[in-house]
Write a protein that binds this ligand. Sequence first.
Ligand code: COA
Length: 254
Amino acid sequence: MSQTLLIDRSDAVLTLTLNRPETKNALTREIYSGLADAINAAQDDPAIRAIVLQGSQSCFTSGNDVNDFLNVPPAGQDSPVYRFLRAILSSEKPLIAAVNGPAVGVGTTMLLHCDLIYVAEDARLKMPFVNLGLCPEAGSSFLLPRLLGHPRAAELLLLGEEISGRRAVEIGLANHALAAGQPVLDAARQAALRLAAQPPSSVRLTKRLLKQHSQKQAQEVMEQEGAHFATLLQGPDAREALSAFLEKRKPVFS
Ligand code: COA
């Protein structure tokens, strides 16, 4: 069986590549655990100076695995997804994301914890939590309005509106939009190499200063969201929406 998370440590950059193409890189408990462990280990590893999160040349991630949502939903703050979210929230090493194709659900909310975000012009970013009978996660109900203002955050979270990579840059959700495919992965790698060449103490301190006013609140909101999310996942609307996705039909909400 091929590895669903590829881990590369070269040139002082930890590169984490999602590799589950048959599900558009849907995130399983195993992948979340692998991501959390690798990001946490990098914090105390002086040989790592930047971390890249990426998918393939055609897909970032379709978000949480829908089968897992239905069959093994996250239970409590120690579950793999919350370990991953805490790891990116608290990472002192810079995080760089490279997004081609779809970035659904946590595929977009994880970007709110990244420092530099490179997207394909035609990337498809979407947070369909409400559409699925769920609610925002990863601190997004706090971080998104802070970044974009309330109306734009509401459009993305209440309507579950999909936006392109080009639009994500226009509204300040990403740094640069590039031609799809390898250019996005290359741009992220180049940025990581530039960061890796900077004085590490200054990079670490600057990142800490940038985040110091939002980090604690984001953590609190993340925990609140997580509790609501867990309840909603067991509810009839989410179960109908997620089952409908797998059965390739339109959901019917009672
Ligand atoms: N979990 C499990 N399987 C998933 C998945 C997910 N999150 N996303 C996609 N898949 C599976 C599909 O069921 C399909 O399986 P099949 O080949 O056995 O039929 C396969 O991956 C390809 O997906 P498909 O929807 O046919 O590809 P697409 O290119 O038309 O669309 C997406 C890609 C990512 C836009 C679409 O799959 C999607 O919206 N997925 C999101 C699922 C979701 O709601 N995630 C949770 C968000 S909170």
